[in-house]
Design a protein around this ligand. Structure first.
Ligand code: ADP
Ligand code: MG
Length: 400
């Protein structure tokens, strides 16, 4: 009866689905060594018994702010274990946007059984202060997406937390990390940033295609059955996610392609993510593919021939070399009874098409061979759809 559920958990492709979850905190960050060191340098005071630190991390969506803070706090706890008792309260202020809710959550992460009903802000902070003193623990408070709280309740809680040690002998019981997107920095600016110190501000950039590829590879290795993916497939996924530079999208694309591949498995299928599994993503992405296809309408007839040649190969391959383009272009020219242009002219056509964003190119080593060559790919369009449009337009365009 419920045969259609058989594939769930079959594990042909996906061995460990939990590693495809965005909330999974990897054992290691990839490609962020410089930023990790910079953050660590701000926390060097923590090694001494009275030391505390502050940092503000800003960057675009999916640039790894949350995972940077999580892995950092986890690693620091391990590093200082036996030397200093560290606790971490990571609060997402999107879900707890008033300073009251944030204060309650901080207490709860510290002491899950702590009653907070009916307590005023002053009483909550007093409890926190007492607990810290009693247990001689250092607490790292991470206020993630802190702009939500600042907009709703202002920055009063921040100042209270910074002053938590003021009326006691002990010092350095709380460190604070603020996290926010770059665009909403204005709410943070002025008072807050100057209180935290401009030099404690870490701006992290979005990922480029290589950064995304490394993250996608890490997830593929952890989550998927060995041999179900190739380097070319990972590269294409990274290219697809590259315009936003958002690592979450990259992971989402990998997960969707792997799920599609898992669900189409039968006795005859090759257990490997295919170009179709990736192209199928275009349907689910919120892009208006029909109007986007019109991007090719203004190409010249010759450029269309070159693009059609590429589409035909890129239906089934994740990338192709210039040599491949030339061969297929000659075939297409024959089909449309046109004289193929020279290598240099064809190269110009390809560059013109690339400028439109229809294809992407990069220089890399020849598969399995020596030397380097240009590889063309089509991360943002369905080659089959573009090919149909070109076949429709070409006869008319060539008659002109
Ligand atoms: N350098 C990295 N190494 C490994 N995984 C990363 C890295 N950067 C981001 N990720 C992963 O990408 C996703 C998005 O990162 P996240 O920290 O949530 O971004 P942000 O908080 O900036 O929006 C998460 O699943 C995270 O684990
Ligand atoms: Mg985040």
């Amino acid at each position: 009866m419920a045969d259609y559920l058989d594939r769930i958990g079959a594990g042909f492709i996906i061995a460990h689905p939990e590693f495809l979850d965005y909330d999974h905190v990897p054992e290691e960050l990839v490609g962020r060594e410089d930023i990790q060191s910079e953050l660590a340098s701000k926390f060097s005071a923590l090694a001494s018994p009275q030391g505390a630190a502050r940092a503000v991390i800003t960057g675009p969506v999916g640039s790894g702010k949350t995972v940077l803070a999580k892995t950092f706090c986890r690693d620091l706890q391990r590093h200082l274990s036996g030397k200093r008792e560290l606790k971490v309260a990571h609060i997402n202020c999107r879900n707890a946007s008033t300073s009251m809710r944030v204060a309650q959550r901080i207490l709860h992460q510290f002491d899950p059984g702590h009653p907070d009903r009916g307590l005023s802000m002053g009483e909550l902070l007093l409890s926190l202060r007492k607990m810290l003193r009693r247990t001689s623990t250092h607490l790292i408070i991470v206020l993630d997406e802190v702009d939500h709280m600042l907009r709703r309740s202002g920055d009063e809680l921040l100042y209270q937390l910074l002053r938590i040690d003021e009326d006691q002998e002990g010092t350095g019981s709380v460190s604070i990390i603020l996290i926010s997107q770059e665009q909403v920095l204005d709410v943070l600016e002025t008072a807050v940033l100057s209180k935290f110190g401009q030099s404690n501000h870490l701006r992290i950039p979005s990922y480029d295609v290589n950064g995304l590829e490394a993250i996608i590879r890490q997830r593929a290795k952890a989550a998927l059955v060995a041999g179900t993916w190739t380097d070319g497939i990972l590269r294409l996924l990274a290219e697809k996610a590259a315009p936003g530079g958002d690592a979450r999208r990259g992971i989402e694309f990998l997960a969707s392609a792997a799920e599609r591949c898992e669900f189409r498995q039968d006795e005859h299928s090759i257990k490997e993510i295919s170009i179709d599994d990736i192209n199928a993503l275009n349907d689910t992405l919120a892009v208006d593919t029909i109007t986007k296809l019109e991007i090719v309408d203004d190409l010249s007839g010759q450029e269309m021939l070159a693009l059609l040649a590429m589409c035909r190969r890129l239906k089934t391959e994740e990338s192709m070399t210039m040599g491949d383009v030339e061969k297929l272009y000659t075939v297409v020219c024959e089909e449309y009874e046109q004289r193929p242009k020279s290598h240099t002219t064809l190269w110009k056509y390809i560059k013109a098409i690339e400028v439109q964003g229809v294809i992407e190119s990069r220089v890399a080593t020849v598969p399995g061979g020596r030397g380097r060559t240009t590889h063309m790919s089509m991360p943002h369009f369905l080659p089959a759809d573009l090919a149909s449009r070109l076949e429709l337009l070409l006869p008319k365009r060539l008659r002109r």
